[in-house]
Design a protein around this ligand. Structure first.
Ligand SMILES: *[C@@H]1O[C@H](CO)[C@@H](O)[C@H](O)[C@H]1NC(C)=O
Ligand SMILES: *[C@@H]1O[C@H](CO)[C@@H](O)[C@H](O)[C@H]1NC(C)=O
Ligand SMILES: *[C@@H]1O[C@H](CO)[C@@H](O)[C@H](O)[C@H]1NC(C)=O
Length: 189
């Protein structure tokens, strides 16, 4: 994703050209556009790759690709998958900086959702997200990770049963041996 600062983009482009392992998608890194970011990642995975799964992570997340692939190998390829550090029955904060109004979220609790720093969805879920977005039929919400949880819940209830796979190994705080993800810059969220 593009950075609002031009010089950051220039350096990143150079790095991508050198190593050939970064794809820069044409979007600006603005909070309001974070919803488009998830959708753009899904589009790239569905339209430009032949991937069976998409792992979304933040730019301060370090991923142990070998460990993640090993875990994925154990999953039936026929199943729709949503894997991450799952939160069950989390309730919105109604006060303070991260407050969520009743207008934004009338329900008591969120659907099960995986923490944002790193989660995996199967490609059929990504496809569903794109087509619902194309029809303007996606429910939107300001928190990226909860929003994906909502979309997966919709998919699960209207399309096909999803295997929800919870693992603590999607680490939120620092580094742990054999974990799937590490946060290089923990924000204490
Ligand atoms: C993805 O594929 C589309 C259509 O083939 C192409 O126009 C686009 O440039 C590709 N995107 C990337 C980032 O390679
Ligand atoms: C996946 O589904 C196909 C057809 O429904 C079936 O033949 C195959 O055995 C399944 N594979 C696994 C690993 O469950
Ligand atoms: C997914 O769907 C199944 C039945 O289709 C339902 O029993 C289950 O509770 C759903 N899971 C979630 C997390 O919504």
């Amino acid at each position: 994703m593009k950075n609002p600062r031009k010089e950051v983009n220039a350096v990143l482009k150079k790095e991508a050209a050198y190593f050939g392992d970064i794809v820069i998608l044409p979007l600006t890194e603005l909070y309001e556009l974070v919803v488009l970011k998830t959708i753009t990642i899904c589009e790239f995975g569905v339209q430009n790759l032949t991937a069976a799964y998409i792992m979304k992570c933040d730019d301060d997340t370090f991923i142990r690709v070998d460990t993640v692939l090993k875990e994925i190998e154990g999953i039936s390829p026929n199943k729709s998958l949503y894997m991450g550090n799952l939160n069950l029955l989390h309730r919105p904060l109604r006060n303070g900086k991260w407050a969520v109004t009743y207008e934004e979220w009338p329900e008591e609790a969120y659907p099960p959702y995986a923490n944002g720093p790193g989660y995996i969805i199967s490609i059929d879920i990504a496809n569903y997200v794109i087509s619902r977005h194309g029809n303007r039929r996606l429910r939107l919400f300001k928190m990226e990770d909860v929003r994906m949880g909502m979309w997966v819940e919709q998919f699960n209830s209207s399309m096909r049963a999803v295997q929800y796979s919870h693992s603590w190994k999607f680490c939120q705080y620092g580094c742990m041996e054999n974990y799937f993800t590490h946060i290089t810059n923990p924000r204490g969220k």
